[in-house]
Design a protein around this ligand. Sequence first.
Ligand SMILES: [Zn+2]
Length: 441
Amino acid sequence: MPIDVVFPQIYDPKTAQLLLIQQQFAKFERLSPREQSTLVSKQLSRLVQHASKYSSFWRDRLDCLKNGAPFHDLPPLTRADIQQQGDSIKAYSPEMNSRNCKLFSTSGSTGMPVSVDRYLPVYNPVYKALGIREMHWHKRDQSRDIIVIKDAPDSDQADWGTAGMPIGSIGKMYVRNLLNYSPEDLWEWLKNQEAPYLATTPSMVMRLAMLASKDHSHSKRFEQVITFSEVVTPECRAKVREAFDARVVDRYSCEELGWIALQCPVHDHYHALSASTIVEIVDENLRQVKPGESGKILLTSLHSYAMPLIRYDIGDYAVAGEQCDCGIQLPVISKILGRERSFLRLPDGSLRLAGLVGEYWLEIAPVDEYRLVQYADDEVEAFVVCRRKLTETELVAMKKMLGQVLHPKLEIVVTQVQSIDWGNGRKKIDVIRLDYLRQKS
Ligand SMILES: [Zn+2]
């Protein structure tokens, strides 16, 4: 039985370490952009030294920086690089071994799964401390309960687990599986729960919000709806506000690196977590775009010692933002546009994000799932799962709706299927461009 001390609080060493790291991040957020960039450059040069010393792949690639070439001359690191380089891309120093480094494999939702080694004594505390920053930014009270709907087994847990700060009283966490239940079943369960926080994917919360709007027996409120894994649309934010009177708080992360950016406490845009990851948004010449312009995201994970990820091309696109007025001086990402492969290629060759939302389908028929596949530049097949046979009129209406939402010149076929093969991916991506997959593989 531990001795019960009220003051001063005596933390265990791991908790104390986390609190001190998160304090440093809190201070970093308030530094001027110039001061931030000085610290980031120092950490980056440490990582570059380490990578050059312990990885033959990085030694060759980083060689140009020695001759004074600017950082943005470095070619992006692709998934194919990671897949093909094997151990030469790893940078194990003598203190690293199989006990303190762990290999993480991505789910393959991108069409190209990769494995990334992490040095846990650095990765874990940094990851957790950034999670604590998010709790502070959004004034989340972890003594209250949280519901999480994600691709994980059902469980009722006594606390928030790794999602929480290991001090003070911690509320319960109820996890339900995202794929094993229909949104209708989840809604029946959810509407009687008391937890003020819900965390799930944007597409799931949209479906739940639609069900909530139709269910007049309950008026369900949440204080915050935390989203992850997919792009949040303005429609999603509006629907969640209308149905649950809650603000959507989005997180941008990836399996390869962990946290990338978190939603601003005041606005709907994001702050890049540049104390741990440099987020570049670049044009086709790999130069930083101006605020308001969109480009490809390149990520440099500043603590990726076991397997350096420097200018890693994650395959996402985003719009750069102006400096924020909320007091946090971290760089702003005004919009995250999503994966390259959730874009359709239009007949004129340009790419367009498929702005499809579930509502469009549901106005026509009780569609459970859909997936678009683009075969060639002007052919799109929509696979649709519906609990009853679709009528000819409904199929025609769907084709018409897709033409209006996507592009009038695309050739569209709608096919009803029993089920959709989503692969093992955690993220359900609704557009697959086969030409893109072929070109990358
Ligand atoms: Zn802000």
